[in-house]
Ligand binder design. Structure first.
Ligand SMILES: NC(=O)c1ccc[n+]([C@@H]2O[C@H](COP(=O)([O-])OP(=O)(O)OC[C@H]3O[C@@H](n4cnc5c(N)ncnc54)[C@H](OP(=O)(O)O)[C@@H]3O)[C@@H](O)[C@H]2O)c1
Length: 261
């Protein structure tokens, strides 16, 4: 009896120690400096590059030496951004062809494979995909239509899957040539915690987290050089609130204070 009782205590302790050891030994963080240096000469595709977080990430990658393929629906904004990025670049002439623009509506899942082909035609391959394009939705479960759940899931979740699957073969090829690659997902704190009136947005981000964590485990299991990184920002002041939808599908540019948007 005493032996059985001690097992009750020992098994959970063993599980906790194994978990801690795994975290400490298997998941060594990549030093920040190394990440920045290794962006040099990489081809990075950024979705939702026309504003907010995607715009800044595109500039960051370009400033650190990457070739950038920027995707969004508003092509004119992407062209303006391209000109701005080149204007502030010291090697303007040399890097003139390091930025490409692909117009795409990622909510049209059936068109994504063709847009991915356009992305690959820009530089021949990709080393990085930043899946950032997304939209928000705020309303109660009661007032949110199933159609709006589908719309938000289509952009925030299914478009990530389709584009990732379309570009993954190129990254696996690069990985086989010992090239470091990245798949970065811009999730949200709401992919980790659930809030009232955010069931739609939160569910799409939770789904993303699960998808990318499974993908990471699969790519680690085959010892690929493809890192999968899920970023979960808190509030960032961008256009996201302006483009947010209500449960009935209307744009909900709201006068609510930013901390509840
Ligand atoms: N801002 C925050 O507080 C916050 C916090 C956590 C996570 N995030 C996440 O960060 C990501 C970027 O959001 P943001 O804050 O930077 O918002 P944003 O300024 O509204 O940017 C959204 C981007 O997504 C693109 N987009 C929207 N619908 C699209 C579609 N159907 N096809 C292709 N592109 C589309 C938009 O470009 P076009 O309109 O030109 O297509 C725009 O470039 C989102 O995934 C969001 O969930 C934001």
């Amino acid at each position: 009896m005493a032996d059985i009782m001690s097992l009750y205590f020992l098994i959970p302790i063993a599980i906790v120690i194994t978990g801690l050891a795994y975290r400490l030994l298997a998941r060594k963080p990549v030093p920040r400096k190394m990440l920045c240096c290794s962006l040099q000469n990489k081809v990075i595709c950024v979705t939702g590059a026309s504003s907010g977080i995607g715009k800044e990430l595109s500039k960051f990658c370009f400033d650190h030496g990457s070739k950038v393929v920027m995707i969004a629906r508003r092509k004119e904004l992407l062209q303006t951004l391209k000109e701005e990025m080149l204007a502030s670049c010291a090697e303007k002439e040399k890097r003139n062809s390091d930025i490409a623009v692909v117009q795409a509506d990622l909510a049209k899942l059936e068109e994504i494979d063709d847009r991915a082909k356009e992305v690959l035609e820009c530089f021949g391959h990709v080393h990085g995909l930043i899946n950032n394009a997304g939209m928000s939705c705020r309303d109660s479960v009661e007032k949110t239509s199933v159609g709006v759940y589908q719309r938000v899931m289509t952009l925030n979740f299914f478009s990530h899957i389709v584009l990732t699957k379309a570009l993954l073969p190129s990254m696996l090829e690069q990985s086989q040539q010992q090239q470091q690659c990245w798949i970065v997902a811009i999730s949200s704190l709401q992919g980790k915690i659930s809030l009232p009136f955010r069931s739609c947005y939160g569910a799409s981000k939770h789904a993303c987290e699960a998808f990318y964590l499974s993908l990471r485990a699969e790519l680690e299991a085959v010892h690929s050089h493809i890192a999968v990184c899920v970023l979960s920002p808190g509030y960032v002041q961008t256009e996201i609130s302006l483009n947010s939808t209500t449960g009935s599908g209307e744009v909900s540019a709201s006068s609510l204070p930013h901390y509840v948007r």
